[in-house]
Structures are given as structure tokens and as C-alpha cells.
Design a protein around this ligand. Sequence first.
Ligand code: AMP
Ligand code: MG
Length: 343
Amino acid sequence: MLTQRLILTGDEAQDKQLIQQAAAIIRAGGLVAFPTETVYGLGADALNPEAVRRIFLVKGRPAWDPLIVHVDTPEGIFRYTHAERALVEPLIRAFMPGPLTLVLPKREMISDIVTAGRDTVAIRIPLHPVARALIRYSQTPIAAPSANKFGRPSPTTADHVLDDLNGEIEAVLDAGQTPMGVESTILDMTTQPPTLLRPGGVPKEAIEAVIGTLRSLGQPIAEGEALPAPGLSARHYAPSARVLLCAPTPEAFYGTLVDALSQYGFVGAMRPKGWRVPQSPRLQVFEWGAWGDWETLAQRLFLGLRALEQAPTHAIVCPLPPEEGLARAVRDRLLRASQPPKS
Ligand code: AMP
Ligand code: MG
């Protein structure tokens, strides 16, 4: 199969035509990768079980790991879930459209393939204008996980999508780099209080300011333990190189790089602005952004991991962000990326 790259240039009429072309593919049961404000998604008609089944096939995603359904209006949330209005309306008002996904009891038309057999469905309203137009022109909700091979760093450019999925999907809508760079926050609304399943684009603190204290799942669990929620297996978002985390100080970063260079052939550095690195022809440096500028560091996280892996490197050294605000999402992805592969 030839994967079409549909390049959006900002020319309104022309972009509209390309998005309508992509919508026709979705309606015909095909797969289209598209930009959202978080990362690129791999979309299919959420009401077409055969189309959704293909998402799992091309990603190599296990059938027990459910997908997020994307709709373009709050009414869409009520159409496909049994949501209690009083419970979800404050969240809709505060954060939607945007990078917040709610897990809610599903209605019948959402198939078991989308939800991995659960009676709940994860649903959100993306903010990216291209994602919204695609849903609107498709006239159907779009089921979409991130558009990468299972377990790999999420794609934040159309090139990343093609690196993983070229020849296996019908098209990718190319609108350049995604603005946030980390996935949506996932909130399970079926527990009291709601449970934070995955930190993401909307900080936990911002949600708590609206609906009060959340339950947390805590640190990623070890491989093989029973999963409290699907898709939370420890190793995820991982490049082929080992990810070595260090304390977030320039001294610890420098020292960890020196150690890594003594143990690994080629080493990569996710370098915060101005932090010192050792001189070595075996060191590849990715200029990540200013430490503390979490918007930039989140946006460039997967870009850096993928660039250093292609350099190529055997190990990537990265400082670990703190557990607060948007930094919590970056920290979560790095903790998972640093888990050693199962032997
Ligand atoms: P991805 O879009 O690739 O980040 O994957 C979507 C993630 O949403 C999955 O890995 C799950 O963790 C989560 N998810 C989807 N549906 C449900 C559900 N019904 N209950 C809990 N988590 C879910
Ligand atoms: Mg994913």
C-alpha cells in the first residue's frame, strides 16, 4: 500500500480539500494519521469494528489495550457515553476542547474492540483545528491511539508517523510538529473521587482546582503485575537505545554522561540549555530546551528521543523532571521509557 502524505500549507481552500479527502478514507473504513494538539493519532471510524481492528494490526497493539474515541462537541460525549451531566460539565467547561480524556460508561454503539471488552470508553474533544475538521467532515467519532508502533515513542511529526507506519496506512495529514508533544491526561470518572490514570497535557493541579482531590495510581508498575488500567504496562514510549535517568542537576547530568561513555559505544544527551557535557566524538547532543520550561521540554521530548535513537546511540542520558504540573507528564513518559526491555 502507498501511504499518501497530505501536506497542509495554511491555504484554507486547499487544506479543506485535503482534510475532506482524508475524511472520505475514514468513511470508507481506512486508516488516516492526523495531528492533534498532543501527538499524531492513528484514526479509524469508531463505529466500524473492522476499521478499528486494523489499528491494532498495524500498530502491533495488544487487543487488551483500548483506544480513545475523539468527538468534536460536548454532545458527542453524551451521545456515546452514559455520563452524568453534573459530574462532567465542569470539566467540559474548564478543559474542552483540549488534552483531557474522560473514561465513562459506554453506550451500545461503541464496540468491544474499541474498549478492549470494557464497559467504559475513553473519550475526548481535541483542540487541533485539523483534528476537529477531520472529525466533522467524517461525520463519525474517530477512534485513535498514537500513530506509532506499540511501545515506541509517540510521533510528534508526520515523519515520525511514516518512520513507523509507511506503507501500512492509507494517509497521513501533515501539519508539522504537534504543539504539546505529550499525550492527553486520562481521568477515570467511574471512581469516586475520579482517578488520574495517566498524567498528560492538562496538569493534575488544574483539574483538582475544578473538581477537588483526585485519586492517583502512583508510579508505573512492574511488568507482569496485574494492570490497574489498560495501557499502563511499565515499558512504553521507549526508543531502541537504553534511557538512563539522572537527578536534575548539571553536576549529576555531567557525571552520568561520563559513566555512560565508559559503558556504552555511542551515547546521546537530552541537554537542558546551558548544561555542560563531556567532550567526546561518541557523544550526540540534542538541545532539549531550558530546564523548567516544561511547555518546550514536553513538546520536544519524543522528538529528542527519536533523533538520538537514529543518531544512532546505545544509551540516552536524560534528567528526570519533578512531579508537578506539566513536568509530571514528561516524568511519567521518561520513567516508562527507561524500563529495561523484558528478557
Ligand atoms: P494512546 O492513545 O496510544 O496513548 O492509548 C490510549 C490509552 O487510553 C490506553 O493506553 C489506555 O491507557 C487508555 N484507555 C483507553 N480506554 C480506556 C478505558 N476504557 N479505561 C481505562 N483506560 C483507557
Ligand atoms: Mg500510545
